[in-house]
Design a protein around this ligand. Sequence first.
Ligand SMILES: NC(=O)c1ccc[n+]([C@@H]2O[C@H](COP(=O)([O-])OP(=O)(O)OC[C@H]3O[C@@H](n4cnc5c(N)ncnc54)[C@H](OP(=O)(O)O)[C@@H]3O)[C@@H](O)[C@H]2O)c1
Length: 340
Amino acid sequence: MNRAYRLRRRPDGDLAEGDLELVSEELPELAEGQALVRTELLSLDPTNRIWMSDIKGYMPPVPIGAVMRGLGIGEVVESRREDMPVGAKVSGFLGWQEYCLADDARLEAPLSVLPEPLPAPLPAFLGALGHTGITAYIGIDLAGLQEGETIVISAACGAVGSVAGQIARERGARVVGIAGGPEKCAHAVEALGYDACVDHRADDWREQLDAATPDGVDVDFENVGGEIMDHVLMRLNIGSRIALCGMIADYNAYGSTHHPVGLRNVGQLIMQRATMIGFLVLDHADRFEEAITHLATMLGEGKLVYDETLVEGGIAAAPDAYAQLFTGTNVGKLLLRVAE
Ligand SMILES: NC(=O)c1ccc[n+]([C@@H]2O[C@H](COP(=O)([O-])OP(=O)(O)OC[C@H]3O[C@@H](n4cnc5c(N)ncnc54)[C@H](OP(=O)(O)O)[C@@H]3O)[C@@H](O)[C@H]2O)c1
């Protein structure tokens, strides 16, 4: 039997009970060219909320009734495919389910077989050495961050932000984070090497950000949007760049009756002749190898600290675990252990 979350209804605001249904379904007999993958780790990502909505997105919405889309890593447990022997570890869109039928004709994208032996622990391939680490690498590069510049990174202790901060430090920039709560801010400075970190939950966070960026902001690595980005816009220097990576503050409004927080200070792009670059990691597949090599080298040299919030509890725990992204309880890459 396979237990899977199927999308029953598009969320209106936060993900609510009844939007997803956990169903038990019989597994099919394998046909030639198919393999069965048991999900071990499920990656929970802010973009899951975008996929649940039917806004004009970068991938088609998850159809109502379909298994919720999600990235993961699993092990091949049965196989009628030569390229996927039993015991191989694979990654890709396994979905929010215990077992994925690896059939290239049916999946949105083929799964990739991970190298043997693995050069780092498995969870790293969904985080620092996976899509979120690569996103950080590409975003910093697109922004053209230079030595001596000041960069601000929101969601500074998250999967993308924490890696972006360390790449920025490696480039010799002044690195200022924004994170939720004093513990996260202390972690950003003490463990991740940020020069300063502003607690966006403090009443005076705007003043804190002004004080932490005395020479203004040359690069904004934007993960959040909303009020936070709005204030960063007011700190931009002439010729500054914004790597627009994500806007999580607005995602729960997507396709819903709730209004997005939105932005008021976009006019600063004109005043400061700033450039805003929206980017998607998926578009940069030709640079994945370069990015992973860079990140793996940093890791090997002890220059990359990576955190994980690994939730136990099996597939049933997926919606509760996912909610951590929006309450900010995760530190580093949020993962769910679906099976050992
Ligand atoms: N463009 C791409 O290709 C690409 C790829 C991957 C991810 N992304 C984007 O990158 C961003 C970070 O993703 P991630 O996977 O690394 O997630 P993450 O940062 O590990 O987790 C999300 C964090 O966002 C913060 N947050 C959530 N709601 C917020 C709000 N209303 N106001 C302020 N902060 C809020 C919380 O941190 P605090 O508690 O510290 O506030 C939370 O821990 C997301 O916007 C995501 O969509 C883009």
